[in-house]
Design a protein. Structure first.
Length: 559
């Protein structure tokens, strides 16, 4: 090959390598600019780091950890019921916004969390350059209050820390101190009113997308009462009745507390709280009928959250209006509102919550700092009772026998749960009367006198139900009756039935007089004493009896 040919070949090889590297970086770049909110239902995403692989299954929100092809643990998102759920969390510092349950905690999971990214999910934000110039909020043009959010779907900087759950407490995460066992690990960050985030975790280099939507709130339906200052717009609260729109969660059945934010320290006065149906006649869907109210509650003279404990039954997934009325104070008492997609209304010069509300100055895109703590219905119990430790204390014919069974239930056996004992001890199956449980767990006990026939197979079973009616029944247990102490002389003029399966060795003299000796079952018998009886029966086929050196058998006796 001449020099020119070598040069040409070198150029071709160089261009070929450049093409490979360009293709590599193009592909790598494509991977990095994926839409941050793609949902990926049913998609598995994998990444290999030092022979470690994770598979993220969107439908069940579980991350499967593998080393080569061997599963070494799982992490399941537990903070959200579904990957599309928006979790509402009261605002404040160090709020736990997302948590995973790790099963079989191993070395691979200790370093699994590499970083956390927060995506801004607010499509609109408050136009502060416009709203801050107005002292009187009613002078604002409502159409100028909200503007498109320039950071929508973009990452935002937030400080955070990883925590793990120890009973009811969240403790700082330190992988070196965490045991290798099932554990719940979460992310804590500061959360402000109206903040709407997609919390994305980086696990072993793989960003888990759109599986932790979180909304910071100080108002509406909440699971825990807010504690921090909403730090929002102020609006006159005294001598008015105000309402704010809220939708009850899908599992809510009760309100246990209702409260509002008092933004100014003013003179003592009373306030009233209430709940309205969304059947207003002035504005369709606005506050109408007053469903509940709690009157004459002392406001105090300080700023802060003012709350009242209530017990109000509500329907799930239903529009309600939370109402608050504050008596007049010499100094203006303010509450807070936020620019959030919702609705508010207010009526001036009110000494109580009107019924019906009747409409006042209806406004969209705002929400007052009114909250309602809600409770869900107890989980539906569909699990039947369980049982264990089946036992009896006797098998001897004609004797009183205790049948026992330990019964348990994941919810409760009492006060309405019961058991029924059934047996064919008499030759036919008979059910006993139902007996109520008095505790959880509880022993089911029944005493019966066994059939007088030795060697009889007796069947028995239990029928069980817990306090809400879930039923279960045991398999058929069996016992075989035996004779009572067949190795002991029956006594003068009594018949003596010896059970060969007792393998008796008779060393005490016995005079049965007119009584007879018979043998049942299989085994052996050894006589080494003086035995007197009317008749001695034959041994069952292929069974054996033995006579010791001191044995003397007298048949005929007193017949």
């Amino acid at each position: 090959m001449n020099k020119n040919a070598k040069v040409k070949l070198g150029i071709i090889i160089f261009l070929f390598l450049v093409g490979i590297f360009c293709a590599y970086f193009v592909l790598a770049g494509d991977e990095e600019i994926l839409d941050p909110i793609w949902e990926g239902v049913g998609i598995e995403t994998k990444i290999d780091i030092e022979n470690r692989t994770i598979s993220y299954k969107s439908n069940n929100m579980t991350v499967d950890f593998k080393e080569r092809n061997d599963s070494i643990g799982e992490a399941t998102l537990k903070s959200h019921k579904t990957y599309k759920e928006v979790l509402k969390i009261t605002t404040g510092k160090n709020k736990t916004v997302i948590w995973y349950e790790f099963s079989d905690f191993k070395e691979i999971q200790k370093d699994a969390f590499q970083d956390v990214q927060f995506i801004d999910m607010r499509e609109q934000i408050e136009n502060k350059t416009y709203t801050e110039q107005f002292e009187n909020i009613e002078e604002m043009n409502k159409s100028f209050v909200l503007i498109p959010n320039p950071n929508y779907l973009k990452p935002i900087n937030k400080t955070y820390k990883l925590v793990y759950k120890n009973r009811d407490d969240w403790l700082d995460y330190n992988s070196k101190d965490i045991p290798k066992e099932n554990i719940i690990i979460g992310v804590q960050t500061d959360l402000f009113w109206g903040e709407f985030l997609d919390v994305q975790l980086n696990i072993l280099g793989n960003k888990l997308d759109r599986h932790a939507l979180v909304l910071g709130t100080n108002s509406g339906f909440v699971t825990t009462a807010p504690t921090d200052d909403p730090a929002a717009f102020g609006e006159t609260m005294d001598d008015t009745a105000k309402v704010t729109k809220a939708i009850s969660p899908a599992t809510a059945v009760k309100i246990t507390e209702i409260g509002w934010w008092c933004d100014t320290a003013t003179e003592e006065s009373n306030f009233e709280v209430g709940l309205y149906a969304a059947n207003g006649a002035v504005v369709p869907g606005e506050a109408g009928t007053l469903l509940y109210s709690d009157t004459t509650n002392a406001k105090g003279i300080d700023t802060g959250w003012k709350s009242v404990s209530v017990d109000w039954v509500i329907s799930p997934n239903t529009v309600y209006w939370l109402g608050v009325q504050v008596d007049d104070t010499a100094t203006i008492t303010n509450t807070n509102f936020a620019v959030i997609t919702s609705s508010i209304d207010g009526i001036n010069a009110q000494t109580s919550l009107p019924n019906p509300f009747g409409g006042g100055s209806f406004t969209n895109n705002r929400m007052y700092g009114f909250y309602a703590v809600w409770e869900a219905a107890p989980p539906t119990d569909e699990t039947p009772p369980t049982y264990s430790n089946n036992q009896t204390n006797n098998t001897i014919v004609g004797q009183s026998t205790l049948f026992s069974l330990l019964v348990n239930d994941e919810t409760a056996l009492h006060p309405n749960g019961a058991y029924i004992f059934s047996t064919n001890n008499t030759g036919i199956w008979i059910n006993e009367s139902a007996v109520l449980f008095s505790a959880t767990p509880s022993w089911a006990n029944v005493t019966k006198v066994l059939n007088s026939t030795s060697g009889l197979i007796i069947g028995y079973r239990w029928y069980l139900n817990d306090t809400v009616g879930n039923i279960n029944n045991t398999e058929i247990f069996i016992l075989t009756t035996t004779s009572a102490d067949t190795c002991t002389c029956a006594g003068l003029n009594e018949n003596w039935e010896i059970d060969l399966s007792d393998y008796c060795v008779i060393t005490d003299n016995c005079d049965l007089g007119t009584g007879n000796i018979t043998f049942i079952n299989t085994g052996t018998i050894t006589f080494n004493a003086t035995i007197t009886s009317c008749q001695i029966g034959d041994l069952p086929a292929d069974q054996r009896g033995y006579l010791g050196n001191l044995a003397l058998i007298k048949q005929g006796g007193s017949c």
